[in-house]
Design a protein around this ligand. Structure first.
Ligand code: HEC
Ligand code: HEC
Length: 264
C-alpha cells in the first residue's frame, strides 16, 4: 500500500497541477483528492512517529480542546473538528509544514503575526474563547505539536495540501441549502445544528464557532465542505451545493465575536 502510494505520487501531483492550470478558476476536487491520496503516505509517516512529550500534550489539546484547554474555550469544538486527523489531513487547513511560514502578514489582523498569534486567533473566533498567553502551558504545547508536524518542512515553503481547496466565487441559495442540509448533514449535525457534543460538532447555536470565525464566511465553509463533508462521503456535493448549504448555515444564530479581540 505504502509503496503503491509513493510510486504513483509524482505523476498524481503532476496531473493535479496540470488540471489546475487547465481550469485556472477551479482546481476541482478530483485534483485535490488526487493530491490528498498522494499525501496519504507522507501523512501516515508523520502521524506514526512518536513526538516529544510536550508535543504529545499539544496533540491531546488539539484533539480534545474543551477538555484540556477548558479555560480558553467558549464552545464544545476541538481544533480537530475543523483541522481533521489531528491537523494532518490535506485541504482541511492542516498544520503540516506550517510553522516555517511564520511570522507572516495577516490581512485580518492588519499586522505581522506569529504562529502563537494565529493559534490565539482560532481560540477567540473558532473556539469562541479567550487567547491563551504565549507562555502558557497550553500555548507552548500546541506550538510544540505544530512544530513537530512541521519538522520535515522547508522554511517558507507551504505544504502542498495547505489551506482549503479553491472554488470559484458562487452565490449560495439558502433555500436549496436547507434541503441539502436535511438530506446530507442533519443525521449527524442535527436538525437544530447542535450536533452531539464530543461526537458531531455543532454547526450553529451556543456550542459553535462565533461570528468572527473563518467558518462564518460562506465561501470558506463551502471550500471546507466540498472537500471534507459529508464525513462518510466527502466529494458528494458540487461546488454550487456546497455554497448553498453554507448559505443556509450562515442564516443561523451563533455566539457573537467579542470586538475586544479584533486585533487577533
Ligand atoms: C470551526 C472550525 C475551526 C476550529 C474549531 C479551529 N480552527 Fe483553526 N482554522 C479554521 C479555518 C477555517 C482556518 C483558515 C483556513 C484557510 O483559510 O486556509 C484556520 C486556520 C488555522 C491556522 C492557520 C493555517 C494556515 O494554513 O495558515 C492555524 C495555525 C489554526 N487554524 C490553528 C487552530 C488551533 C490550534 C485550533 C484549536 C485551538 C483551531 N485552529 C480551531 C477553522 C477552525
Ligand atoms: C456521518 C456524519 C456527518 C455528516 C453526514 C456530515 N458531517 Fe460534518 N462533521 C462530522 C464530524 C465527525 C466532524 C468533525 C471532523 C471529523 O471528525 O471529520 C464534522 C465537521 C464539520 C464541520 C467543521 C466543524 C464545525 O462545527 O464547524 C463543518 C462545517 C461540517 N462538518 C459541515 C457539514 C455539512 C455542511 C454537512 C452536509 C453536507 C456535513 N457536515 C455532513 C460528521 C458529519
Amino acid at each position: 500500500m505504502h509503496g503503491l502510494h509513493s510510486k504513483s505520487g509524482l505523476p498524481l501531483i503532476a496531473a493535479a497541477a496540470l488540471f489546475c492550470v487547465a481550469f485556472a478558476g477551479w482546481c476541482g476536487h478530483e485534483a485535490a483528492a488526487a493530491s490528498a491520496a498522494t499525501n496519504a503516505s507522507t501523512n501516515q509517516a508523520i502521524a506514526e512517529a512518536t513526538p516529544p512529550a510536550l508535543a504529545q500534550q499539544g496533540q491531546l489539546i488539539f484533539d480534545h480542546t474543551p477538555k484540556y484547554a477548558k479555560k480558553y474555550v467558549g464552545n464544545t469544538l476541538t481544533c480537530n473538528d475543523c483541522h481533521l486527523e489531528s491537523g494532518t489531513q490535506a485541504f482541511s487547513a492542516p498544520m503540516i509544514d506550517l510553522a516555517g511560514l511564520f511570522p507572516m502578514y495577516s490581512k485580518r489582523a492588519g499586522h505581522v503575526i506569529t504562529l502563537t498569534n494565529r493559534i490565539q486567533e482560532c481560540f477567540v473566533r473558532s473556539e469562541a474563547g479567550t487567547p491563551p498567553p504565549a507562555n502558557s502551558k497550553t500555548m507552548r504545547a500546541l506550538v510544540a505539536y505544530i512544530d513537530w508536524l512541521s519538522r520535515s518542512g522547508v522554511k517558507g515553503k507551504p505544504y502542498q495540501g495547505r489551506g482549503l481547496v479553491p472554488l470559484p466565487a458562487l452565490t449560495g441559495d439558502p433555500v436549496a441549502g436547507k434541503a441539502i442540509y436535511g438530506a446530507q448533514c442533519a443525521m449527524c449535525h442535527g436538525v437544530n445544528g447542535a450536533g452531539v457534543p464530543h461526537v458531531f460538532p455543532a454547526l450553529w447555536g451556543n456550542n459553535s464557532y462565533n461570528t468572527g470565525a473563518g467558518m462564518n464566511n460562506p465561501s470558506k465553509m463551502a471550500r471546507f465542505v466540498v472537500h471534507n463533508m459529508p464525513q462518510t462521503h466527502p466529494g458528494l456535493l458540487s461546488p454550487q451545493q456546497a455554497y448553498d448549504v453554507a448559505a443556509y448555515i450562515h442564516t443561523k444564530p451563533r455566539p457573537k465575536f467579542n470586538p475586544v479581540y479584533k486585533s487577533y
